[in-house]
Design a protein around this ligand. Structure first.
Ligand code: KE4
Length: 425
């Protein structure tokens, strides 16, 4: 790791934590990060010549693996015409049409440059549309570094948010009500207390930023019905799950129609992107049609659109989602079986090509249960895997992703390495 270490020492002098995004610093798993020089298919190739089977997939976008020729060629073609125009361009129309066709609830859409921008804008839109101020979120759900969403519950079923980051004024946090996920009583109580002032409820429909926590049977429908009853906007943050769980995301899989959806990651094909969209009557409140302002210098950038359009086209491959889900189930089942043989309490929630590991006795249903799991065991698994050529998400509170390029050899090797890691605990 000599070259990576040298680069990291230099990076530490230049960038806070030596990174451009905190989780990459390996602070929660120990050690220092490797530097990647090239990525191809399911593998990262490090500055020190190592080759790693990658389950981070650049945090979700690389559903087709790294550097697929279809995306590379689409970007190269777009690049011939220039990098950015600052005017409407044909790619934006193509992208908007595809998103509206693929995501059941989206009638109109706005492109932006990150998932954070998408959720931030959806919240502002919901507040502008309803004239209400409060927003309900769930402990453990991450929606990007939006001031008003960087808050999490104290203890107890219902609390005012306390800032989870310096720099977030108490006044902002007070407008955020943080609840435990999968708890219908807490939701009902929040609406009894704040109902007429709740602009929106925002959630990851499959929370995947605290490991992976599937919703209980009926919970999403309960949320939908309560928001309808109370006139609050239901926002699905599908930045991660959109186009990953199904072409139309979790909302297609579960048959739930949110009012607004935030998107990102896969629709950029690896380039910076975000999008939000939903009911036409809500979206018509957005400038320049309506009073809710939102903008972006590079929103709808032709290179990002070209990459994303290529990625969306590739999702039309017959059997793609079934194959991804089979691979996810194969890994999850193998890990469960090994842990059971070894007598290690391990939960491996898996949805499609997403899986996580919680070292704990019982299925995890909320954030408090997630953080009670054995993070030291996860760190040991992470380290053993990395030392043996398998790169898992560098935190117990992230989710792993499988791509269409994780072939049988890669999955078989991964299962061998992770089984050895579990046996060594
Ligand atoms: P970005 O602003 O990072 O593009 O998207 C924020 C975001 C919003 N919503 C969900 C459900 C997300 O998962 C994310 C970003 N995900 C994290 C990791 N789980 C990105 C990695 C990072 O922060 O470096």
């Amino acid at each position: 790791m000599q070259k990576s270490n040298e680069l990291f020492q230099k990076a530490l002098q230049l960038m806070p934590g030596g990174v451009n995004s905190p989780v990459r610093a390996f602070r929660s798993v120990g050690g220092t990060p490797f530097f990647t020089e090239r990525a191809e298919g399911c593998r990262l190739f490090t500055a020190d010549g190592a080759s790693l089977i990658d389950y981070v997939c650049t945090w979700g976008p690389a559903i087709h693996g790294h550097n697929p020729p279809q995306i590379r060629e689409a970007v190269a073609r777009a690049l011939e015409a220039g990098t950015s125009f600052g005017t409407p361009n044909p790619y934006e129309v193509d992208m908007a049409e595809r998103i509206i066709d693929m995501v059941p609830s989206i009638e109109r859409v706005r492109m932006c440059n990150s998932g954070t921008e998408a959720t931030m804008s959806a919240i502002r839109l919901a507040r502008g549309f309803t004239g209400r101020d409060k927003v309900v979120k769930f402990a453990g759900c991450y929606h990007g570094h939006v001031d008003s969403l960087l808050v999490k519950a104290g203890s107890g079923a219902l609390t005012f948010g306390n800032p989870d980051s310096a720099g977030v004024p108490e006044a902002f946090a007070r407008e955020t009500v943080v609840l435990p996920f999968n708890d219908e009583a807490a939701l009902r109580e929040a609406f009894v207390t704040h109902g007429p002032n709740i602009a929106a409820v925002i959630l990851e429909p499959y929370p995947a930023n605290c490991g992976l926590i599937p919703p209980k049977e009926g919970y999403l429908q309960f949320l939908r019905d309560l928001c309808t009853e109370q006139g609050s906007i239901l926002i699905f943050d599908e930045v991660m799950t959109g186009f990953r769980i199904a072409p139309g995301g979790v909302q297609e899989k579960e048959g739930i129609t949110p009012d607004l959806t935030a998107l990102g990651k896969i629709i950029g094909g690896g380039l910076p992107v975000g999008a939000f969209g939903g009911r036409a009557d809500i979206m018509s409140c957005l400038a320049p049609e309506g009073p809710v302002y939102q903008a972006g210098t590079l929103s709808g950038n032709p290179l990002a659109m070209a990459a994303g359009i290529a990625a969306l086209k590739m999702l039309e491959t017959p059997g793609l989602y079934d194959d991804l889900a089979s691979a996810g189930l194969r890994v999850a089942s193998a890990l469960r079986d090994t842990a059971e043989e070894k007598g290690i309490p391990l939960q491996v929630p898996q949805r499609g090509s997403m899986f996580a590991m919680f070292f704990t006795e019982n299925p995890v249903e909320n954030f408090d249960q997630a953080i009670a799991s054995n993070a030291d065991h996860f760190k040991a698994i992470f380290r053993h895997a990395l030392d043996n050529g398998v790169y898992l998400a560098p935190s117990a509170f992230e989710t792993c992703f499988i791509s269409t390029t994780h072939d049988d050899n890669a999955i078989t090797r991964t299962i061998e390495v992770l089984a050895d890691a579990i046996k060594a605990l």
